[in-house]
Ligand binder design. Structure first.
Ligand code: NAD
Length: 412
């Protein structure tokens, strides 16, 4: 089964539970539009190299497409389609007036000079410019793209139009239209959902132990903000390995160590463990915030956490979901747990359109309001339909999407 087919499993279950019509369901089975482009880049060697890029717009029933741009050797059209599918549901779960989009270029950015990277970024945007725009499709950063690259891309699109267009992309540097609070938004959203789930489970933060896989943007902010809730973070990891201390680790101190040493392995007072061991620790909360497919049928049985918050996209396989559900583990699905990033991207887009910018406190409090509302709505739907939070999140999104299609006359 390819990634796209696997991603559709909870949607299919939600469609059965809601009794969605065949025509509404079929709108969601494939993206509305997928563009494939060739991008010529003049390399430092003086030769031109052709790169392959994609942009997928999955569903725009509720608004313009929204989603990141990934630069990675493993980017394929199938991956981009799947990621755009998840964005449709993530935006709908958060009740944002946006649809699902995603883009990518098959490349290894570690092999490119700064100039080559800039030419690739500008070349990609020039090629997809006819289908993007602040009312059509608003890209953002994803794996290996960042605010600096968003700045180049926004500039290229603006040149194409002849005027400054900050609202065409989000995740920009603050001086040129980025939002306060965007850097911490995804991890902050994860921490809000963990806090709400612990309340439902009648567990006090002080009694909860936590392991976080990945210490990048999502993992480090999740760890720091969950620590701030009063939980005891006992294990952290990065690509080089994991660290453990049963008495608790201070993620702020670990971050300082990482800045100096480029890895958290070797952090004083911690015991080295493997990433596989981290996933199987007897903790209250596990936050996989690194890669896809980390918990599968192979290791799900050995996972001892009572609550899993998916910081990464797709860290659990469909088989793992079933095994964990049977064990009574609560899983906060990616389309809810890590939706803080797209929510603040939405705030950035709104601020760009108004040319009026909010302070970080205001952004964080608006994010909290939206995350808590979404969590509670999905929790209630899971009780009503006797299903997992993942299926409930798809039910919540699907109700909004079908209503949007109905009201726009797509179904009759
Ligand atoms: P990042 O590159 O900043 O961090 C990734 C972290 O994972 C790094 O610490 C890296 O060392 C670690 N890592 C890599 N391979 C690992 C392995 N095998 N075992 C353990 N750790 C490993 O990326 P990020 O922005 O934090 O994104 C992480 C995940 O969250 C991705 O799935 C991404 O799609 C998803 N996500 C990110 C955002 C966002 O706003 N950044 C929003 C939604 C979802």
């Amino acid at each position: 089964m390819n990634l796209f087919e696997m991603a559709k499993i909870p949607l299919n279950r939600a469609q059965e539970l809601l009794g969605v019509s065949d025509i509404a369901a079929s709108y969601l089975q494939q993206p509305e539009r997928v563009l494939e482009v060739s991008i010529p880049v003049l390399m430092e060697s003086g030769k031109v190299q052709l790169f392959r890029g994609y942009r997928s717009q999955h569903c725009t029933a509720l608004g313009p497409a929204k989603g990141g741009i990934r630069f990675h050797p493993s980017v394929t059209v199938d991956e981009v389609k799947t990621l755009s599918f998840w964005m449709t549901f993530k935006c709908a779960v958060m009740d944002l007036p946006l649809g699902g989009g995603k883009g990518g270029v098959t490349c290894d950015p570690t092999q490119l000079t700064n100039k080559e990277l800039e030419r690739l970024a500008r070349g990609y945007i020039a090629k997809i410019a006819p289908i993007i725009g602040e009312d059509r499709d608003i890209p953002a950063p994803d794996v290996n793209t960042n605010p600096k690259i968003m700045g180049w891309m926004m500039d290229e699109y603006s040149k194409w139009n002849g005027f400054l267009c900050p609202g065409v992309l989000t995740g920009k540097p603050k001086t040129i239209g980025g939002s306060a609070g965007r850097g911490s938004a995804t991890g902050r959203g994860v921490s809000f959902t963990v806090r709400e789930a612990l309340k439902k489970m009648n567990i006090k933060p002080a009694d909860a132990t936590v392991a976080v896989q990945g210490f990048g943007n999502v993992g480090s902010f999740s760890a720091k903000l969950i620590h701030d809730l009063g939980c005891r973070v006992v294990a952290l990891s990065d690509v080089n390995g994991a660290i453990y201390n049963s008495q608790g680790l201070n993620p702020y101190d670990v971050e300082k160590f990482v800045k100096e040493n480029k890895t958290l392995v070797g952090y004083p007072g911690s015991q080295p463990i493997s990433n596989a061991e981290l996933l199987e620790l007897p903790v209250t909360v596990l936050v996989p915030a690194a890669l896809e497919m980390q918990i599968t049928a192979e290791n799900a049985d050995r996972v001892k956490a009572r609550l899993i918050a998916e910081g990464a996209n797709g860290p659990l396989s469909a088989d793992a979901d079933n095994i964990l559900d049977a064990k009574g583990v609560m899983v906060i699905p990616d389309i809810l747990a890590n939706a803080g990033g797209v929510t603040v991207s939405y705030f950035e887009w709104v601020q760009n359109r108004y040319r009026y910018y909010w302070g970080e406190k205001e952004v964080n409090s608006k994010l909290e309001e939206k995350m808590v509302a979404a969590f509670n709505e999905i929790f209630d739907l899971a009780q009503k339909y006797h299903c997992t939070l993942r299926v409930a999140a798809y039910i919540c999104a699907l109700e909004r999407l079908v209503m949007g299609m109905e009201l726009r006359g797509w179904l009759s």
